[in-house]
Design a protein around this ligand. Structure first.
Ligand code: HGY
Ligand code: MN
Ligand code: MN
Length: 590
C-alpha cells in the first residue's frame, strides 16, 4: 500500500519505481513530477502527474497515447483486466471490461476501434471502470466509441489524455487503498433519484409532476436517513433539511440546489448541490458532531422553468420573490399552477408561500455546489473551480406573424414567411452575441405551430436566452436583438409579439465566502481556478438576500450539460464533499 509519507521521503528512483504502473511505459512522467514533492494530498499527487503530461511535448503526449494497450480489445495485452486499473482489483465487477460483452458487442467494439485508429492515428483510450469506478458495460463502451469517433481530432487527442489521467487516478486509488466513498454515495444518490422521470428512457422532472413528487419524497427520506433533525416539504415543494448546531437557536448556513430538471436532462445538474451537503451532514451525524451553527440544506423544487414560466421559483420563495400571478399561470395542458400545487398536496395559496421568506439575519450566508455545465475545468484537467460571478440573463418568448400560403404557388418575392424571419433573427443573435466575446445568445425554441410541409409558415414561435457578465452588457445585447427583430419584420412585412419571461441580474460572489471556497480547495492540494458561471443558479436568488458563493465541479465530456451525457466522476464528487467539509470546518473555527 503506497503512502504520501513514503513517496515524499523516497529517492527519485524509488518514487519513479513506486509509480511506474500509473502511466505505463512512460517513466518520464514520475521522473519529472518528483520535483513537485512534498505532496500534501493524493489529489495533489494526481494533479502533479497530470500537470507533467500537460507540460510535455506533443510527441511525448502522442507516444503516451500510442503506448496505451487498449483493453477494449480482448486480444490486447492485459485485456482481462478492467482498463483504468493495473491488475483489475477484486471488486471490479465482471462486466467491467469489454472482454465480457456478447460476441456481437465485441465484434462491434473491434470494428469501431479499427475505424477510430484509422481516423485518428492513435488507439481508442477509455477508462473502462467509468465515472463511478466500478465498470462500464460493453454497450456503454460502444456508445462512447460511436460518439467519440465523430469528435474533431484535437478534441479527441485531449480526450485520450484525459482518459489516461482517469486510469492513472484509479490506479493510484488502488495503490493507496483509497475509495472515494462520499463521492460514490453522492453518485449513487443521483443515479437512484434519476429513476423518477416523466420521460421513458431519459430524465425529465418538471414542477409538481408525479415524478417530481416522487423525487421530493425520496430526497426527504434520504435526508432523514442522513440524520437531519428536521425534514419538511414546504409550500412550494422545496425539500428542507435542518441539522442543528450545538445550539438549536444558532444562526444557520444555508445551502442547496434544485432537483427539477430540463427535458432529457443529465443526472447531476442541481442535484449534487443538495446531495453533497447531505453527505456531509451524514458524516457529521455519524460522528456525533455538532457545529457552532446550523446547516439548512434545501432541494429547490423549481429552477429550470420548464412547466411554468416561473424560473427559480423554489429559491425565489425563500427571498420573497414568488410572483402572485404565477399561481394562475396555465401550463401547456391548461393546468394552473395553483391547481397543480393542490393536486400535489400543497396549499397553493400566497399566505402559505409568504411564510417561506427567510430572515437574512438568521443566516451566515448561502453556498451552492454545482456542476460547471461548461468545458473549462474539463479542458484544464481540474476537478474543482471557484465561481467568481454568475452571469446576468434575460429570456423572452415571442412569435412572428406572417401569412400562411401555398408552398407551390406563392412566388418567393411575395411571401410573408414567419419561419425565415425567425431564422434570420437566430443568425443575428448568434453573430451579435459572439461579437461581445463573453456574451451568449440562444434561440432554444423555434416552432411553426400546426405547420405543414406544403404551407409557407404563417406563424413562428421562438425563445431568446441572452446572457452576459454584467447587467449593462446583457441589456445592450437584448436591445440590439429586439431592434433587429423589429427591423427584419418591417423589411419582410411581418408582425411580431415578444414578452420578457425572465430577467436575472449578475451575481458576483461574496468575497469572504469565495475566499472560504478558495481556502477549502487549496487545502485539498489543488490549484485554484476562478471562473464566471454562464449558467444561472439558485444562488442568484439568495444573492438578493444574503452573501453567497459557489463551487463548481468538473463535468466529463467537455462539461456537456442539459443533456443525458452530463457526467461527473465519483472522485470529483468526493473532492467536492471534502471541500464542503473543509468550508464547514473553517466557519466552525473562525
Ligand atoms: O439555464 C440555466 O442557466 C440554468 O440551468 N437554469
Ligand atoms: Mn439547468
Ligand atoms: Mn442547475
Amino acid at each position: 500500500m503506497l503512502s504520501l509519507a513514503q513517496l515524499n521521503h523516497a529517492t527519485q528512483a524509488e518514487f519513479s519505481q513506486a509509480l511506474q504502473a500509473v502511466y505505463p511505459k512512460a517513466p518520464w512522467i514520475a521522473e519529472r513530477a518528483g520535483s513537485a514533492r512534498p505532496l500534501a494530498t493524493l489529489a495533489a499527487l494526481k494533479h502533479a502527474l497530470v500537470r507533467t503530461v500537460r507540460e510535455a511535448s506533443r510527441d511525448e503526449q502522442l507516444a503516451l497515447i500510442r503506448a496505451h494497450a487498449d483493453p477494449a480489445d480482448p486480444a490486447a495485452p492485459g485485456a482481462q483486466h478492467a482498463a483504468g486499473a493495473a491488475p483489475a482489483p477484486a471488486d471490479a465487477p465482471s462486466d467491467a471490461g469489454a472482454g465480457h460483452g456478447t460476441p456481437d458487442e465485441l465484434a462491434r467494439i473491434h470494428a469501431l476501434r479499427a475505424d477510430y485508429s484509422a481516423r485518428f492515428g492513435w488507439p481508442f483510450v477509455l477508462a473502462l471502470r467509468g465515472p463511478r469506478g466500478s465498470g462500464l458495460r460493453a454497450a456503454q463502451i460502444i456508445a462512447t466509441l460511436e460518439r467519440r469517433i465523430d469528435n474533431p481530432p484535437e478534441f479527441e487527442f485531449a480526450e485520450a489524455l484525459r482518459q489516461l489521467h482517469r486510469m492513472a487516478e484509479l490506479r493510484l486509488n488502488d495503490a493507496f487503498g483509497f475509495v472515494p466513498e462520499q463521492g460514490q454515495r453522492v453518485w449513487d444518490w443521483c443515479e437512484r433519484l434519476a429513476r423518477h422521470s416523466e420521460q421513458p428512457g431519459g430524465l425529465t422532472v418538471t414542477y409538481l409532476s408525479d415524478a417530481h413528487r416522487a423525487a421530493a419524497a425520496e430526497i426527504a427520506a434520504t435526508m432523514r436517513d442522513c440524520g437531519f433533525d428536521q425534514v419538511d416539504i414546504d409550500a412550494v415543494g422545496n425539500v428542507v433539511g435542518v441539522y442543528h448546531g450545538d445550539d438549536p437557536a444558532a444562526r444557520r448556513l444555508l445551502t442547496g440546489s434544485h432537483y427539477d430538471t430540463v427535458r432529457n436532462a443529465g443526472k447531476y445538474d442541481g442535484r449534487i448541490g443538495h446531495f453533497i451537503p447531505m453527505a456531509c451532514v451524514r458524516a457529521l451525524h455519524l460522528a456525533g458532531r455538532r457545529l457552532p451553527f446550523g446547516l439548512e440544506v434545501v432541494a429547490f423544487a423549481e429552477e429550470e422553468g420548464q412547466r411554468y414560466k416561473a424560473t427559480f421559483l423554489g429559491s425565489g420563495a425563500l427571498v420573497g420573490n414568488f410572483r402572485p400571478e404565477w399561481l394562475d399561470q396555465p401550463d401547456r395542458d391548461g393546468v394552473r399552477m395553483r391547481d397543480a400545487m393542490r393536486q400535489a398536496g400543497l396549499p397553493g395559496d400566497l399566505a402559505a408561500i409568504a411564510t417561506l421568506r427567510r430572515d437574512p439575519a438568521r443566516y451566515l450566508g448561502f453556498v451552492e455546489v454545482h456542476i460547471e455545465q461548461g468545458p473549462v475545468l474539463n479542458a484544464l484537467d481540474l476537478p474543482l473551480g471557484i465561481v467568481s460571478s454568475i452571469n446576468a440573463s434575460v429570456r423572452h418568448m415571442g412569435e412572428i406573424i406572417g401569412m400562411a400560403s401555398h408552398a407551390g404557388t406563392t412566388p418567393m418575392q411575395v411571401r410573408r414567411d414567419a419561419a425565415c424571419a425567425a431564422a434570420e433573427l437566430a443568425l443575428f443573435v448568434e453573430r451579435r452575441a459572439a461579437a461581445d466575446g463573453d456574451s451568449v445568445g440562444t434561440v432554444g425554441m423555434l416552432e411553426v405551430p400546426a405547420g405543414s410541409i406544403n404551407v409557407v409558415p404563417g406563424r413562428c414561435r421562438f425563445s431568446l436566452d441572452l446572457r452576459a457578465p454584467s447587467d449593462a452588457q446583457r441589456d445592450r445585447l437584448r436591445d440590439d436583438v429586439l431592434a433587429e427583430l423589429a427591423a427584419l419584420c418591417a423589411r419582410r412585412g411581418l408582425r411580431y409579439q415578444v414578452e420578457e419571461a425572465m430577467r436575472e441580474s449578475a451575481a458576483p460572489s461574496d468575497a469572504a465566502w469565495q475566499h472560504r471556497w478558495e481556502q477549502a480547495v487549496a487545502a485539498l492540494g489543488l490549484p485554484l481556478h476562478r471562473l464566471p458561471s454562464g449558467a444561472g443558479h439558485d444562488a442568484m436568488k439568495l444573492h438578493t438576500a444574503m452573501p453567497q458563493a459557489m463551487l463548481f465541479v468538473r463535468g466529463e465530456h467537455a462539461g456537456i450539460s442539459h443533456n443525458p451525457l452530463e457526467s461527473s466522476t465519483a472522485d470529483d464528487l468526493d473532492l467536492a464533499c471534502a471541500a464542503f467539509t473543509r468550508l464547514l470546518d473553517q466557519v466552525a473555527t473562525s
